[in-house]
Design a protein around this ligand. Structure first.
Ligand code: MTE
Ligand code: QUE
Ligand code: MOS
Length: 763
């Protein structure tokens, strides 16, 4: 008996392919792989100061420990000492200056991990300290930047500001965020026959391949990188893994032994980049209704000591400082400030969250100034459908559904009724105050660096009818492998269990982009579909000739193929095709259409489409302690036609909570010498299961097909819902307003920790 449907096709809620392995602890991460014989363990020696001349590094106390085998510094790197993803001037190991506390300056190798760790501690790094630049303000004053400033302008903001009946000026400080992936950074390099095989916990195996080859001074084809899965990446494994991979490969080549480097959590947090802190300064002009007439805003981020991806992250911050709102006259300027702190990097949302928080705060300020419900101000400023639809970067918003989405959520969450109940509660409760807020999200999908929007795949069908799938995307828990397997199952009309998802490997698919910008399933799904269709079309043409029927008479049915009157099992068809010498393997390729951006004119069509969502959150605040509880969150989020609603729901919930963590509890704190003091869970509070809303209602917006021809008209989901967490920050601000009885402006920065809330109450 054949089923009338395949198992695990597109749109079905199958579980993550590794779910059982994850929850039973059997999933293999790089540190779990069987260790090769003669494995050495590397450990990275870090700069003790934020800024200084590097005078000498003395490894003698380390090398005298039995089992310590090797030591390298910058001058021992055989090729380039460069690991910048976009710009040069980003050394793997510091040469003559050190520029942040934690900067890699040397690497030690020993017979055991703990020994290497201990040996690294004994290495003496001598520096002549120089004055560090630690804050955005200092860097702005010195005009110390890692990349050229960028600005978006539309209309005539100066004139519109002059003519605005109401104006507000303000500043918002936005904190950074540590990725806190469960699996720390790790790499293992294995030398053989002049080649180097690297296992790297990376979102970007191709970049690791290229950088390892450049550090070794060898052609790319002698280095291969494999990544089966990461224990979370969240952007923290886009560029940072190069440090461990390159150091391991250099040591492996010198010693002709395999080398593994895994840094402990504290050192990982000190050494590697985080989300960029931002300082937003603005002047907004508006009318009595609260409609924004002019906006003049500067977004300055703390890029840390090098550029890394900061220029692209700043671009994305600028591109999202409109969020869902039409800004007719605006100037939005961006600065990527160079400081003597760790170089900040990609983190879920990639600057978008910071830009969006800035404008959401402005909307809130307008509402407060006019004594109106912020929801009204949001609604009155939304992008239109026919007009009022041009962004500050001059892309037309053509798929806008924010108004209807917000209306639906206002209804389903009973926003207005609850707002009244909360007012009543606050009238009668002197010490605890409730707050509520709705915040929308519009997130642009595509790498804004247009050439990155490409992907490749490789599909094999073996003689027994089983299928192997490979593509350039990486699995970090987000379910990409599962979704792409569903696409291939759908193409061949077979059960997904037939498809073996294989580890990302630079020898199988070359020149892949990072799995980033939420575009993993969009890009790799299409590339895998292309490969599958190539084979499928070969099969169709073969079968029609072999059986003497029209090509239209060949039909792929669940796990079978109908050829005219005949029905053969999929296995039988493959067996037949093999014996008739039909190729059963194909590569596939995809590049996103319609996108371009011109930095000179700051205009173009950087995004293929937008993903939308909105969230209503309700909090209760204890005005004596600043403690709060997230009572309820209602989310309505657009994922187009979902490839897998179960996985998408998980992404929405997880991203939201991670966003709440960023804005309400995760606080990074450096001392006056630029040393990070919050480098473990004892001092850095991430959300846990106790922090999810007591009442959590998450809905995927139904019947919401993507108007663009994406893979099965789905939409990217990885990052957009992160920004729904903004509703919680706004709800806390609303509760503060209630506590202060509407007297004066509320100065609240992010994160809104209990301490910050208490200070804002007393200000
Ligand atoms: N989900 C899990 N479980 N773990 C992760 O590391 N990273 C996020 C998001 N969801 C992440 C995640 C980030 S930053 C991005 S860009 C996307 O997943 C990348 O994967 P995708 O493009 O396949 O959605
Ligand atoms: C979103 C992203 C990324 C991005 C642009 C986005 C990203 C990323 C890069 C990038 C840009 C230039 C490079 C490079 C990478 O741009 O993750 O290697 O040369 O890596 O809008 O997530
Ligand atoms: Mo995600 S920040 O684009 O890795």
């Amino acid at each position: 008996m054949q089923d009338d449907q395949i198992k695990g096709g597109v749109g079905t809620q199958i579980t993550h392919d590794s779910a059982a392995l994850h929850v039973s602890g059997r999933a293999l991460y790089i540190d779990d792989l069987p260790e090769p014989e003669r494995l050495l363990h590397g450990y990275i020696v870090m700069s003790p100061v934020a800024h200084g001349k590097l005078l000498s590094i003395d490894p003698s106390h380390a090398l005298e420990l039995p089992g310590v085998v090797d030591f390298i510094k910058a001058s021992d790197i055989p090729g380039h000492n460069e690991i910048g993803p976009i710009f040069t001037g980003e050394p793997l190991l510091a040469e003559s200056v050190v520029e942040y506390v934690g900067q890699p300056v040397a690497v030690i190798a020993a017979e055991a991990h703990e020994l290497a760790c201990r040996a690294a501690d004994r290495i003496q790094v001598h520096c002549e300290e120089l004055p560090p630049v630690l804050s955005i303000e200092e860097a702005l004053a010195l005009k110390s930047f890692v990349s050229k400033p960028h600005a978006l302008t539309k209309g005539d903001p100066d004139k519109a500001m002059l003519n605005s009946p109401q104006k507000l000026k303000g500043e918002l400080r936005i904190g950074g965020q540590d990725h806190f992936y469960l699996e720390g950074q790790v790499a293992m390099a294995i030398p053989f026959e002049g080649e180097m095989k690297v296992f790297s916990s990376t979102q970007n195996p191709t970049e690791v391949q290229c950088l390892v080859a450049e550090c070794l001074g060898v052609p790319f084809h002698t280095v291969s990188v494999e990544t089966r899965r990461m224990g979370g990446g969240f952007g923290g494994k886009e560029t940072q893994p190069a440090i461990m991979a390159c150091c391991a490969a250099i040591l492996a080549r010198r010693n002709n032994r395999p080398v593994k480097i895994r840094v402990i959590r504290d050192d990982d947090m000190i050494m590697t980049g985080k989300r960029h802190p931002f300082l937003a300064s603005y002047e907004v002009g508006f009318d009595e209704q609260g409609r924004i007439l002019a906006l003049n805003m500067t977004l300055a981020c703390n890029a840390g000591n090098t550029a890394d991806l900061s220029s692209s992250i700043l671009d994305r911050a600028l591109f999202h400082s409109d969020n869902t709102y039409f800004l007719e006259h605006c100037r939005i300027q961006g600065y990527a400030c160079k400081t003597n702190t760790v170089s900040n990097t990609a983190f879920r949302g990639f600057g978008g969250p910071q830009g969006m928080l800035a404008i959401e705060n402005i909307i809130d300020e307008i509402a407060l100034a006019l004594g109106r419900d912020p929801l009204e101000i949001r609604q009155i400023n939304l992008y239109g459908v026919e007009d009022r639809n041009v962004t500050p970067y001059h892309q037309k918003v053509e798929d806008n559904i924010s108004a209807e989405l917000i209306d639906e959520l206002v209804q389903s969450s009973e926003y207005h009724k609850r707002r009244k109940e909360i007012e009543e509660f606050n009238r009668t409760q002197p010490l605890v105050k409730k707050g509520i807020a709705l915040s929308p999200v519009k997130f642009g999908i595509s790498f804004t660096t247009s050439f990155l929007n490409q992907a490749g795949a490789l599909v094999h069908i073996y003689k027994d009818g089983s299928i192997a799938l490979n593509h350039g995307g990486t699995e970090m828990g987000q379910g990409l492998f599962t979704k792409v397997a569903q696409v291939v199952a759908q193409e061949f009309c077979v059960d997904v269990s037939r498809i073996k998802i294989t580890a990302t490997d630079t020898t199988k698919v070359p020149n892949a982009s990072a799995t980033a910008a939420s575009s993993g399933s969009d890009l790799n799904g299409k590339a895998a579909q292309d490969a599958a269709l190539m084979i499928k079309n070969r099969l169709i043409s073969f079968l029609s000739q072999h059986f003497g029927v029209d090509e239209n008479a060949v039909e792929f049915m669940p796990n079978q193929v109908r050829i005219g009157e005949e029905i053969l099992s999929f296995d039988k068809v493959i067996d037949l095709a093999y014996h008739q010498r039909i190729s059963l393997s194909s590569t596939g390729y995809y590049s996103t259409p319609k996108i371009y951006y011109d930095r000179e004119t700051a205009s173009g069509h950087p995004f293929y489409y937008y993903a939308y969502g909105a969230c209503v959150s309700e909090v209760v605040l204890d005005t004596l302690t600043g403690e709060y509880k997230l009572l309820r969150s209602d989310i309505l989020h657009d994922v187009g036609n979902s490839l897998n609603p179960a996985i998408d729901l998980g992404q929405i919930e997880g991203a939201f909570i991670q966003g709440v963590g960023w804005l309400t509890m995760e606080e990074l704190w450096w001392d006056s010498k630029g040393s990070l003091k919050t480098h473990a869970p004892s001092t850095y509070k991430i959300p846990t299961c106790r922090d999810i809303p007591i009442d959590f209602r998450v809905q995927i917006k139904p019947n919401c097909s993507n108007r663009e021809e994406t893979i099965y008209r789905s939409k990217a989901v990885g990052e957009p819902p992160f920004m729904l967490g903004i509703s919680v920050w706004l709800a806390l601000k609303d509760a503060l307003g209630a506590a202060r009885n509407g007297s004066g402006r509320i100065r609240l920065n992010a994160p809104a920790t209990p301490e910050a809330l208490l200070l804002a109450l007393q200000a």
